[in-house]
Design a protein around this ligand. Structure first.
Ligand code: CAA
Length: 283
C-alpha cells in the first residue's frame, strides 16, 4: 500500500497537528473543514506550530514553506477522491462520524484506507457504516501530535491484517512508534491514563492535597513531564470526562466512575486550555 496523498478531516488541535505530521514526512495533505472560518482556524494552528519550530531553529524558513505548501485546504469533501488514506479528527459524536464515514466511503477510491483518530468511540461501528469495513482502522495520535512519539493502530475484528501492518509502517515513516491494539474502550493509553487522572481529581475533591502539590508530586516524584491537572487541561476536561464515561460503560467497574468534580467543571464550561480555564486559570 502506498500512501502519497492523505486527507485529514477536521482541523482542530488534533487534526491540524496530524496534518503537520504528514506534511513534515513529505506526504501531500488535503485538509478538510466544514466552513471557511474553521479552515482559517486550522491554518492558524499549522502556522503557529511550524512558526514555533522556526523560532526554535528546528526548521529553516524554506523547510517551513515546503511543509505548508504540501497542505491543500478545502471545504469540499469531494477533494478527497484521490486520497490513499483519510484520517478523521472531527468532534467525538458518533452520529457525525457515522455520517462522515458513509460519505467518505462514497467519495474515496475503493483502495483508500479510512482511519479515525477517535479516543473513545468504537472503531468497529464506523467500519460497519462503510462498504469497506476491512479497510477501516483507528489511527490514534497523542496531543501535541507533532511532538508525541506514539500512534495506536486500532484493528477491529473485520480489519484486513495487511491494513494494520501498512498503517503501522506509515506511522514509522512519520517518525512515530506504532502499537497495534484491539478495539476496546480507551485502547491502551487512555485505559491506563484516564483512571489515574480521574483519581487525581478525586484526591483534590476529598481534600487529600492541593492542586499544585498533586501536580508537583507526580512531576517530581515520578518524573512525568506534566502533573495530572496540567495534563487534564491539555487533553480537555470534556474529552477526559467522555473517555471515563466510555470506560465505565464497557467495564461497569467502580474504578471508572467519572469524578463528580470533573463533571462540575465540564458543566461550568471549564474545559481546560481550549476554553481558557480548567484546573488552572488562564492556561
Ligand atoms: N505543537 C507543536 N510542538 C509543540 C507543541 C505543540 N502544541 N507543544 C510543545 N511543542 C514542542 C516545542 O516546540 C518543543 O520543541 P523543541 O524541544 O524541539 O524545542 C517541545 O515540544 C517541548 O516543548 P516546550 O519546551 O515548550 O515545553 P515542555 O518541555 O514542557 O513540553 C509537552 C511540552 C511536549 C506538551 C510536554 O509537557 C509533554 O510531553 N506533556 C505530556 C503530554 C501528554 O501526555 N500527552 C498525551 C495526552 S493523552 C492523549 O492525547 C490521548 C487522548 O486521546 C486524550
Amino acid at each position: 500500500m502506498v500512501f502519497e496523498t492523505v486527507g485529514v478531516v477536521g482541523l482542530g488541535t488534533m487534526g491540524a497537528g496530524i496534518a503537520e505530521v504528514f506534511a513534515r514526512a513529505g506526504i501531500r495533505v488535503v485538509g478538510v473543514e466544514a466552513d471557511q472560518e474553521a479552515l482559517d482556524r486550522g491554518l492558524g494552528h499549522l502556522e503557529a506550530s511550524t512558526g514555533r519550530a522556526l523560532e526554535k531553529g528546528r526548521l529553516s524558513a524554506g523547510e517551513r514553506e515546503e511543509i505548508l505548501s504540501r497542505v491543500t485546504l478545502t471545504t469540499s469533501r469531494d477533494d478527497l477522491r484521490d486520497a490513499d488514506l483519510v484520517v478523521e479528527a472531527i468532534p467525538e459524536v458518533m452520529e457525525y462520524k457515522v455520517a462522515l464515514f458513509t460519505d467518505l466511503d462514497r467519495i474515496c477510491k475503493p483502495s483508500a484506507v479510512l482511519a479515525t483518530n477517535t479516543s473513545s468511540l468504537q472503531v468497529t461501528a464506523l467500519a460497519a457504516a462503510t462498504g469497506r469495513p476491512g479497510r477501516v482502522v483507528g489511527m490514534h495520535f497523542f496531543n501535541p501530535a507533532p511532538v508525541m512519539g506514539l500512534v495506536e493502530v486500532v484493528g477491529t475484528v473485520v480489519t484486513e491484517p495487511g491494513v494494520v501492518t501498512s498503517v503501522s509502517d506509515l506511522a514509522v515513516r512519520l517518525g512515530k512508534t506504532p502499537v497495534a491494539v484491539g478495539d476496546r474502550a480507551g485502547f491502551v493509553v487512555n485505559r491506563l491514563l484516564l483512571p489515574y487522572l480521574n483519581h487525581a481529581v478525586t484526591l483534590l475533591d476529598h481534600g487529600v492535597a492541593a492542586r499544585d502539590d498533586i501536580d508537583n508530586a507526580m512531576r517530581l516524584g515520578v518524573g512525568l513531564p506534566m502533573g495530572p491537572f496540567s495534563l487534564l487541561d491539555l487533553i480537555g476536561l470534556d474529552t477526559s470526562y467522555e473517555i471515563m464515561g466510555v470506560l465505565f460503560e464497557e467495564s461497569r467497574s467502580e474504578r471508572h466512575v467519572p469524578s463528580p468534580l470533573l463533571r462540575s467543571y465540564v458543566a461550568a464550561g471549564w474545559l481546560g486550555r481550549k476554553s481558557g480555564r480548567g484546573f488552572y486559570g488562564e492556561s
